[in-house]
Ligand binder design. Structure first.
Ligand SMILES: *Cc1c(COP(=O)(O)O)cnc(C)c1O
Length: 388
C-alpha cells in the first residue's frame, strides 16, 4: 500500500517484518498434526500490513491461495504479480463481472439469486466458491437444508464454474470450551454433509475450506485440510483468551518521532477540553500521531507510548494529528527520539492485542485502523532457512 517514493523523513510510520509473516505462516503449517494447505487472507490491505508486499512474500514462500474482501483488492494483488488463486470472500457488484473474468479472480457465491445475477452479467467463465451458511447467518446457502444446498451447487448456471466450497466457523473465536467446540463441530458436520451429497452426485472435484485462525488453533486434525488464515499470519490472537503457538509473533511495529519536549507548571492543563491538569512541574513530550493516523481517541488519558524503554502516559485528549505524553521520569527524552506506539522498546513490548484490551476491542481493529497516511516500511525476509 502506501509506498514512499520520495524519502521523506519519518514522522509516524509502521514497520512490517515480512520475514515474521513468512515465519508465522511456516510455523502454523509445521505445527499442524495434519498438513494443512493455507489460503492467506490478505483482505483490508493485509490487515493494515500492506497486501501487495505481504502477498508477494507469502507467494515466494510457497503460498498459492489468497483471499480478499473485494474486487479492488483482488485486482491490485493480481496486477502486482500474484499468480495463484485469489478468492473474493464477499460481495462483488455483478457489474464488475468483466473484471473477474479478465483477471482470473475467484468469486464467492452468496446465494442462488446472486449466482443467477452474476452468471447473467458474466462475459465468460468465472471460477466460484459457493459459501455455505452453517450457522453464522451471514452469507451462503443454508446448510440446514443440505439436499437443496447441494442441488443449488450442482445447478450453478454457466458460465460460472464452482471449484470450491467454504464455510465460516463463527464460534471458534470465543473462549475454547465445550459449547464452542460443539457448535463448531456441528458447523463442520453440516458442511461435510453437503460435500458428501455432491460426491454422491458425481461432483468430486470441489475442495472445502473452513478453518480460520481461531479454529485452526484447536481443531487441528478435523475434516478440512484447508485453512483460511488471517490474523495468525500477522502474529495476533483471534481472541484474548487464545494461546498462541510458540514463535508466532506480531509482524508490525508502529512508531513516531518525538517532536517537542517542554516543561509545564502546576495548574497548567494539557490539550482540548483541558481534561488533564498538572499537579507538579512536568516534562511533556508532543508526538506527531493522532486519531487521523488510527491512534484511537479513546486512548485519551489512558494509553501510553514507549520512549527509551519506558512508559510515557498520554496526557489529555488525543488530537487529530498529535498527542502529548508525560516524560517526567524518562531521563534524556528529547525531540527526535523514537516513540513506540506498538512494538518493543527496551524490555517493554506492547502489542495490538494489548492495546485492543484497553479499548475493549480486538487486535484486528487496531491494525486495520492504522490509516493510509502512515507509511509502511518493509523488512524483507532473510534467506530461505533463516527462519527455521
Ligand atoms: C476474515 C476472514 C477469515 C480470516 O479470519 P482470521 O480470524 O483472521 O483468521 C477467514 N474466512 C473468512 C470468510 C473471513 O471473512
Amino acid at each position: 500500500m502506501t509506498q514512499i517514493s520520495v524519502p521523506f523523513g519519518r514522522r509516524c510510520w509502521a514497520e512490517v517484518d515480512l520475514g515474521q509473516i513468512v515465519s508465522n505462516y511456516r510455523l502454523y503449517r509445521e505445527n499442524m498434526p495434519v498438513k494443512k494447505d493455507v489460503m492467506a487472507v490478505v483482505k483490508a490491505d493485509a490487515y493494515g500490513h500492506g497486501d501487495v508486499r505481504v502477498s508477494l512474500a507469502l507467494q515466494q514462500a510457497g503460498c498459492r491461495r489468497f483471499a480478499v474482501s473485494n474486487v479492488q483488492e483482488a485486482v491490485r494483488i493480481r496486477e502486482a504479480g500474484v499468480t495463484g488463486e485469489i478468492l473474493i470472500l464477499g460481495y462483488t457488484p455483478v457489474s464488475e463481472a468483466g473484471l473477474l473474468c479478465r483477471f482470473g479472480i475467484t468469486q464467492a457465491l452468496l446465494d442462488e439469486e446472486y449466482a443467477q445475477a452474476l452468471a447473467k452479467a458474466a462475459p465468460g467463465p468465472i471460477a466460484c466458491h459457493y459459501a455455505l451458511d452453517t450457522g453464522m447467518r451471514r452469507i451462503g446457502l443454508n446448510a440446514d437444508a443440505p439436499e437443496a444446498a447441494a442441488r443449488a451447487v450442482l445447478d450453478t448456471p454457466p458460465p460460472l464454474q464452482v471449484t470450491g466450497l467454504f464455510t465460516h466457523l463463527c464460534a471458534a473465536d470465543t473462549p475454547d470450551n465445550d459449547a464452542t467446540r460443539a457448535f463448531t463441530g456441528l458447523q463442520q458436520q453440516k458442511a461435510a454433509k453437503v460435500l458428501e451429497l455432491l460426491h454422491r452426485a458425481g461432483q468430486t472435484g470441489l475442495y472445502l475450506h473452513e478453518l480460520n485462525s481461531a479454529a485452526g488453533l484447536y481443531e487441528p486434525e478435523e475434516l478440512s485440510l484447508f485453512s483460511r488464515l488471517g490474523i495468525i499470519l500477522y502474529g495476533l490472537k483471534p481472541d484474548a483468551g487464545n494461546k498462541m503457538p510458540d514463535g508466532i509473533r506480531p509482524a508490525l511495529s508502529w512508531k513516531c518521532a518525538v517532536s517537542m519536549v517542554k516543561t509545564i507548571l502546576p495548574g497548567d492543563t494539557v490539550g482540548y477540553g483541558r481534561t488533564f491538569r498538572a499537579e507538579r512541574p512536568m516534562r511533556v513530550a508532543t508526538l506527531p500521531v493522532g486519531y487521523a493516523d488510527g491512534f484511537r481517541r479513546a486512548l485519551s488519558g489512558r494509553g501510553f507510548v514507549l520512549i527509551r524503554g519506558q512508559k510515557a502516559p498520554i496526557l489529555g485528549r488525543v488530537c487529530m494529528d498529535q498527542i502529548m505524553a508525560d516524560v517526567s521520569f524518562i531521563e534524556g527524552a528529547a525531540p527526535g527520539d523514537e516513540a513506540v506506539l506498538l512494538g518493543q522498546s527496551g524490555a517493554f513490548t506492547f502489542t495490538a492485542d494489548d492495546m485492543a484490551l484497553m479499548l475493549d476491542t480486538i487486535g484486528y481493529e487496531i491494525v486495520c485502523g492504522i490509516s493510509a497516511r502512515v507509511p509502511r516500511v518493509y523488512f524483507e525476509p532473510q534467506e530461505e532457512g533463516a527462519h527455521k
